[in-house]
Structures are given as C-alpha cells and as structure tokens.
Design a protein around this ligand. Sequence first.
Ligand SMILES: *Cc1c(COP(=O)(O)O)cnc(C)c1O
Length: 389
Amino acid sequence: MNPSPRPDFAARLRQQQQQRLQSSLQRRLHAAQASRPGHIQFDGRELVDFGSNDYLGLAGHPRLIEALIAAARAGVGARSSHLLGGHRDDHEALEQAVADWIGFPRALLFSTGYMAALGTLGAVLDRHDLCVQDKLNHACLLDGARLAGADLRRYAHGDAAAAASLLQSQPQRRALLVSDAVFSMDGDIAPLAELATLAAREQAALMVDEAHGLGLLGPQGRGACAAAGLGVAEVPIWMGTLGKALGGFGAIIAGDDWLIDTLINNARSYVYTTAMPPALARAMVTAVELARAADAERAHLGRLIECFRAGASERAWPLLPSPTPIQALVIGDSAAALRCAEGLQAAGFHCPAVRPPTVPAGSARLRISLSAAHRIEDVEALLEALGRR
Ligand SMILES: *Cc1c(COP(=O)(O)O)cnc(C)c1O
C-alpha cells in the first residue's frame, strides 16, 4: 500500500515530455564537429552556418587561437574565486581593454552574460524596487529582476511611451529601466536615446545589455549605446558579452566605481564562483583588439545584410525589420518552422527554427544570423534555397 498521497516526482516530467513531443516543442541536442568559420559540421557533413552568433568570424581567427594556446601554457584553471586568489592580471587586462574600447570608467569580468545579468540585478535591486523591462528582453534580464524580488513590469516591445507610463505609475519607488540593445530573436535595435531621456526625466537608472551590439554597431564596434552617443552618464549599468561577435566567452559589466564595487561585494554570481580561466581572459584581450579593428568585416557584414534583405523583400517574405545580422523570418507554426529548417539542412544550410518559449507563442521562426565569415554567394544560395521551401 502506498503510505503517502504525495504525487510521483518523475511522472509529471514524463507527462510534460509527451506534451512537448505532441506540440512540436521538444528540443534535442545535436553535437556538431569543429568546422571552418561560417560553417558547421554534423555527422561529417559540412553546412553553411546561419545559426551562430559569431558575427565577425572571430571564433576561429588564427590570431585568437594562437593567443589562447600561448596563454594556456601558463596553466588552465584559475584555482579559486576572484576574492580568494583566483583574480589575475589577465582578468584585469581584459577589463581594462574593454573599458578603454567602450569609454567607460571601470569594467568587471563575469564568466557568462547570464551570470552577469543575474548577479548584477541581484546586487543593485531589492524587493522594494521597480524594474521596468522590454517584453522581449533576454531571459537572463527578466530572471535577474525576478530573483532580486523586485517589482518587474514589462512594456510592449520597443515602446518607450509604455515604459514611461510604467515608471510614472510608481513615482515613489527607486527604479531601474532595462533593455537589450539589439533584441536577440528579432534583431531590431532598442530606442536607446529615448529610453535614456526617459530614464533621466523619471530619475530612474538605465541598464543596457549589448550582447548583440558590441563589436557590430557604433564607431570601432563599441555598440549601440556608443552609436546613440550614450556613455556612463546616461547608461550607468552597461553590459556586454564576449561569446557573440567577440568569438569567445565571458561578459563585462561596465560603469562607475560605485557599481563595480557593489558587484565585487554583492553580486552572488561573481563572488561564489571560480574565476574564468586566466588564459581565456588573456585571449579575449586579442579578441577586443581584433573586434576594434574589424571595420572591413563590419562593412562586409553590412553588404550581406543588405543583400539578404533585398532578396527577401523582392520575394515579399515576412521578414522582421532589422538592420543587424539577426534576420528573423517568422513562420508562426512550430511544426512548419521545423520542417522549413529541415529542408534547409538537406540543401546544405544550418538555419535553426526558434520556437516558443524562446519567442512568443505563434511566432516560431527561422533566425537567420549572418556573419562576416560568409560570402555574398552563400547568402544568395540561402535565398534561393528559402525560395524553394
Ligand atoms: C546571449 C545573451 C546573453 C547571455 O550571454 P552568455 O554569455 O551567452 O551567457 C545575455 N543577453 C543577451 C541579450 C543575449 O543575447
């Protein structure tokens, strides 16, 4: 006899698994093999890769590879957390390189963007605060505000007026306005100048996540904030990641001394974790140099974006408006999006379908991501294959 009415733990998860399968929402891992820039290899077959965030083609850059190998000769692990001896001159060199590049007073290295967002929001917010965010902000920003226990309010995508009403509705509360710079699944750019003006008027602080802006936008690829003329005065909490256009791994939070000191003391994902391998940090200094100097790659990428958008518009495809390498072709139905991605795979292109809950229900899509490692001919061939779908 079962002594307790307690429901079985695994039964619910098995049932959810069945539901995912039935609604084409099941996700599977598929291990790729190493391949040259702009490409991906599955089961020994090479595809042109339109699914990566390696926008500048730096992940496989010979100078970056050399820098990592050379630095790794001194050892692999950092051996402890930053505050207990794991903090090295390599980490500081990277922080300094990014701070110089983007023109911010100080920068702090986290191991990933996800950790940077959770740790930062957890350190700067408390449960009496208001946190106003774009509906389409990255999961780590939403999770960070929730974990901090702040009153999280979300406004319609890109709608600065809606953000203003949310702030005005609670004028007595300390407030933080948070936005992606470039939205990861749509590719459009936030109205950063408007958000900055609004934040100043409402005496709220502004945090911007440049995960998909850094390396791509603005002078020397300094990001969307720099492109909009915004610095630390307007964006006191700046976040950038190193796993996308920088071709590596890690994340930076930049700001004034008050912010960085707060994080070193109170960001739990900074304090209670092993420091990034110092060799990786050292190699990322080279990635910063390469990205800063990558004007030719950015110009080439601009031509690829133009070519893709012109081709899609000729064919009257429902492409979301985006001036960045993230181009979203919305299909709607998840099963249809999966079939489309499979068809492209058969034709030699890796172009994954992105489904809910990563994107809103009913907006499953192909997220086509262009890279300076592609040739114009690759984009033309993709357009043709998409036309045959
Ligand atoms: C990818 C991404 C992150 C997370 O960065 P990781 O370093 O991959 O953890 C954060 N914010 C946005 C907008 C992203 O696209």
